[in-house]
Ligand binder design. Sequence first.
Ligand code: U5P
Length: 376
Amino acid sequence: MKLKIGITCYPTVGGSGVIATELGKLLAEKGHEIHFISSSMPFRLSKVYSNIYYHEVQVNQYSVFQYPPYDLALASKMAEVAKREQLDLLHVHYAIPHAVCAYLAKKMTGDSLKIVTTLHGTDITVLGYDPSLNDMIRFGIEGSDAVTAVSESLVQQTYDLLKPKKAIQTVYNFVDERIYYKKDTQELKAQYGISQDEKVIIHVSNFRKVKRVQDVIRSFKLIQNQIPAKLLLVGDGPEISVMCNLVQELGLKDKVLFLGKQDNLEDLYSFSDLMLLLSEKESFGLVLLEAMACGVPSVGSKIGGIPEVIEPGKTGYLSEVGDIEDIAKNAINILSDDHLHKTFSNNSIKRVKDYFSSQSVLSQYEELYRQLVGTK
Ligand code: U5P
């Protein structure tokens, strides 16, 4: 059964945009017709697919409006595309505003269009606490035909916070194993001026406060006291200059490399020895999964969806948020024992294959679509 699927996401760098785009590509490879409906081109859609279409949402600024009506422009674009292309369903990523826009589009097109909403985190963990948005998020969830969330923890948090009368199913994030696997990138390691005997610790994020990059830097300080190591900080965001100052202050300038935003992260993961993700809120932690797929063990905080990704004592360790000493102890444990490191590395690759493979996640979404649309 081949379906016509509209996909809406925030196409900026971030886990939800990556997953929405990767899912669209995988669905297209299975023969489904995919229509991305968003304000700009999803960022990882870098080549031409004959069955992927892109419909840009344009927001006009009329003088009668004090604010550009993005939500309404998106809803009418969804309705227009759904009608013209005879879409079977809209799969939207983020409840606010996308699920609500999809609901409007459904009502505008005669009610037969199905809506699948995937919750990625911020819509619940941040917006869910805003009483002025609470009812709207719940409305978006309850107005969807099916709702998924990227971790058990996010499902639970959604029920606790919003108490929606709707079943929410966990469908984990995934990585494309054709891209994320361990390659020989030792040459690249040398180009960064990192010597063979130095361990490489990597952190990838959007450098927002919630990621607690200061904990990455402070625990690295303790780690490099005991083990020759370099820290790669990848990504960009509001905290970057604060972090540059901290590195300077701690005398780590020669050991911390700020790489900014990067593509082809698999090349960097491939010569890394440890991933640190020490956020205070994280609904999943896609970068952990990407690193694991490249054989990198990890230390993460014991919050949100991270304990569903890292298997403590097998693929890495969990520490309490902000417990720098424990984080450093766990990191040193992995980095100082080659045998343990190898075991964790192999276990990481296996865990991704067993629980987060693209094909198994793709099948779960396809099954969900089939249940909604029936057999055509
Ligand atoms: N990302 C990049 N380049 C960067 C920083 C992040 O491609 O410089 C990607 C990560 O690879 C990941 C996503 O897929 O953005 C961030 O996921 P999350 O931290 O929002 O879960």
